[in-house]
Design a protein around this ligand. Structure first.
Ligand code: PLP
Length: 387
């Protein structure tokens, strides 16, 4: 891979349309494609264009761009991040076992335990930051190891290379949900993972105006399996969504620079704030995953969580007092967002499970945007002054 990631993000996503030489790849807003001879669809960008669920050129360019920024051979895109996860689950069968990190996205937990568990797929959860616990859990035959690092919402960091080594020895495939890190900061395939998953809704699109998901891999067999399911189950995104994500990716490396620098300053500010009891950010030297993050990531990201001295009620007051930070689900967009995992993103995780993995009812999760840092710090200070 000769070109740098910023160049690839722009030139792959800026794929010139061969037909018109448009410098921005067009939105092919069509459900189907005409054929001159029955059963002989037109070929474009190396794909046979028969029907919009099976292929769409705007989608193809997005899939190639996703592969390119992740340094991989193949990319696939889906209607949402959860549709991408469902695609993976749809390739499994009754009796297969998925071993997942215990601190994971609430919607993934709900999909695993309330939809696919009923179909006979076995789900077990383990703290993947503890490698000896992981090794032990892998002694039970495992089809797929599901990792999220840094995790949502506690920013736990798993040693991806070591976890992949253990999984490989046990004959399991490894998928890494790379939503928080993005390919700018972390490339799990280079660390030994088989599949990378993104909620493209988040940083890759980055502007808070679309939902989308993706799977990225080097193995052609896996690509064919997921591509079959993408079409057979109809999990595809529309071409307008693909266009928006292509536009977002062009500025991803640039946005991540500002995201990371703003987040680092906010994490340091909160860590020394008298109203704050605990900050979870892998860039802080006292974070338990700091050394691993330093090794496997090229930046610490822009997600962080914190707790206030004033407890759960105080956290609610703070959450309701922000003026710039918007209280909303989702993350990874240009505008700063705050979230209350216990009642919002992780409400579908039972309270006892939530508490056992360390997600307190007072935890505040922050997605640091790319606004002026002075304004963000001032907004945090005025919200914290309310408790
Ligand atoms: C948002 C998110 C998902 C789910 O993606 P959707 O696009 O909302 O379906 C999965 N994993 C992580 C880490 C997320 O933040």
């Amino acid at each position: 891979m000769g070109l740098g990631i910023s160049t690839r993000a722009i030139h792959q996503a800026g794929h010139i349309d061969e037909a018109s030489k448009a410098v921005t790849f067009p939105i092919y807003q069509t459900s189907t494609f005409g054929q001159e001879t029955p059963g002989c669809p037109t070929e474009y960008l190396g794909r046979k264009l028969s029907y919009g669920r099976s292929e769409n050129p705007t989608r193809t360019v997005l899939e190639e761009t996703l592969a390119s920024v992740e340094g991989a051979r193949f990319g696939l895109t889906f209607s949402t991040g959860l549709a991408a996860i469902a695609a993976v689950m749809n390739t499994l069968k009754s009796g297969d076992r998925v071993l997942a990190c215990s601190d994971l996205y609430g919607g993934a937990y709900r999909l695993f335990t309330q939809v696919y568990a009923k179909l006979g797929i076995r789900f077990d959860f383990v703290d993947t930051t503890d490698l000896s616990g992981l090794e032990q859990a892998l002694q039970t035959p495992t089809t797929l190891l599901w990792l999220e690092s840094p995790s949502n919402p506690l920013l736990n960091v798993t040693d991806i290379a070591e976890a992949c080594r253990l999984a490989k020895a046990a004959g399991a495939l490894v998928l890494v949900d790379n939503t928080f890190a993005t390919p700018v900061l972390q490339r799990p395939l280079e660390l030994g993972a088989n599949i990378v998953m993104h909620s493209t809704t988040k940083y890759l699109n980055g502007h808070g105006d679309v939902v989308n998901g993706s799977l990225i891999m080097d193995d052609e067999g896996l690509w064919n399996r997921f591509k079959f399911v993408q079409n057979a189950c109809g999990l595809v995104p529309g071409p307008q969504d693909c266009y928006l994500i292509l536009r977002g990716i062009k500025t991803l490396p640039l946005r991540m620079e500002r995201h990371c620098s703003n987040a680092a300053q906010i994490a340091n500010h909160l860590a020394s704030h008298s109203k704050v009891s605990r900050v979870y950010y892998p860039g802080l030297a006292d974070h338990p995953g700091h050394e691993i993050a330093k090794r496997q990531m090229s930046g610490y990201g822009a997600m962080l969580s914190f707790e206030v001295n004033a407890g759960d009620a105080g956290a609610r007051t703070v959450l309701e007092s922000f003026k710039l930070f918007t209280l909303a689900e989702s993350l990874g967009c240009v505008m700063s967002l705050v979230n209350h995992p216990a009642s919002m993103t992780h409400a579908s995780v039972p309270a006892d499970v939530r508490h056992s993995v360390g997600i307190s009812d007072g935890l505040i999760r922050v997605s640091v945007g790319i606004e002026d840092i002075e304004d963000l710090v001032a907004d945090l200070d005025q919200a914290l002054a309310m408790v």
